[in-house]
Ligand binder design. Structure first.
Ligand code: GTP
Ligand code: MG
Length: 151
């Protein structure tokens, strides 16, 4: 089943939103397979957002993301990448629907609380960047058969 990289950004950690954000993924039925608090280096963040290196906001983005600890996670489940993005909402919180994380907790695109991989390929790249293979837990949730009709 599919895995996605979800990270609570430094503003989300500072604002006490780790619990509420984790709850949204848990409540939906996704399974947590890795989690850690990490203050990321400039090099690490430039690698993470390498596809945005030409953007005018890149320097500010790397400074924001390095300004404090990030709660890095891997969540697993059916269509986890696309559904993770839907749970996050649009990049610009003013355009995010209420009921999404950004639509409920953020206002400014430069302080949008949470990251989610945008494709299965980038999820694989990001999981490998943020976690060692042995940090990924393989386990069967006791809820599995109550969340999925068929495995
Ligand atoms: P992530 O999940 O963080 O990757 O966001 P995203 O995939 O919804 O958007 P994208 O990858 O295009 O941009 C990465 C991050 O850069 C966004 O989440 C914002 O925090 C920031 N960002 C994007 N566009 C702008 C912008 O126009 N201005 C500023 N200040 N920040 C931006
Ligand atoms: Mg992105």
């Amino acid at each position: 089943s599919e895995q996605t990289f979800i990270a609570i950004k430094p503003d989300g950690v500072q604002r006490g939103l780790i619990g509420p954000i984790i709850s949204r993924f848990e409540n939906r039925g996704f399974k947590l397979v890795a989690i850690k608090l990490m203050t990321a280096s400039k090099e690490h963040l430039e690698n993470h957002y390498s596809d945005l290196s030409e953007k005018p906001f890149f320097k500010g983005l790397v400074a924001y993301m390095g300004s404090g600890p990030i709660c890095a996670m891997v969540w697993e489940g059916r269509d986890a990448v696309k559904t993770g993005r839907a749970i996050l909402g649009a990049t610009n919180p003013l355009a995010s629907a209420p009921g999404t994380i950004r639509g409920d907790y953020a206002i400014d695109v430069g302080r949008n609380v949470c990251h989610g991989s945008d494709a299965v390929d980038s999820a694989k790249k990001e999981i490998a960047l943020w976690f060692k293979p042995e940090e990924l837990n393989s386990w069967k949730s006791a809820q599995f058969d109550w969340i999925y009709e068929k495995p």
